[in-house]
Design a binder for this molecule. Structure first.
Ligand code: DQA
Length: 145
């Protein structure tokens, strides 16, 4: 069983990007922690980040041929703008969890709408790197059912 972890724009800057909001953990560290957690449950993980909307759409379109069973996605700023990524997730029909390091609901009004939440299995936000790790736990629970 395979879990695809997708990361949107500017998440490659984690560690130096507004650490008071997003924490000090880098994206390679998040990759290492999440893939290790999935591996400990005998699941394969694929990890991808892009600043380009079309590359995220392409990776979702390719998910069925890559035998992806579950998606964890932090769409980052695309959370609030991207009908295209939402449509790709709906098209492949692979269940997904939306994650955020910060809690968008406690921030600017433009962050309070998500194009993903209503079609997600669930949303985990506000716990830094632990948002990703909790999402891995939930993916593991679902895939082991
Ligand atoms: C984010 C929240 C978004 O509003 C923001 O644009 C991001 C990161 C988060 O993980 O807290 O880039 O998705």
């Amino acid at each position: 069983m395979t879990v695809l972890i997708l990361n949107g724009p500017n998440l490659n800057l984690l560690g130096t990007r507004e650490p008071e909001i997003y924490g000090a953990t880098t994206l390679p560290e998040i990759e290492q922690l999440t893939l290790a957690k999935l591996k400990s449950a005998d699941l394969s993980g694929m990890f991808f980040q892009s600043n380009a909307e079309h590359e995220i759409v392409d990776s979702i379109q390719k998910a069925p041929e890559n035998d992806v069973d579950f998606i964890i996605i932090n769409p980052a700023a695309f959370t609030h703008t991207s009908v295209a990524i939402r449509d790709a997730l709906a098209a492949v029909g692979i269940p997904f969890i939306e994650v955020h390091l910060s809690n968008p609901h406690s921030r600017e009004p433009f962050r309070q709408h998500s194009y993903f939440s209503d079609i997600a299995v669930g949303v985990i936000a506000g716990f830094g790197v632990n948002s990703y790790l909790m999402a891995c736990d939930m993916a593991i629970e679902r895939l082991q059912d």
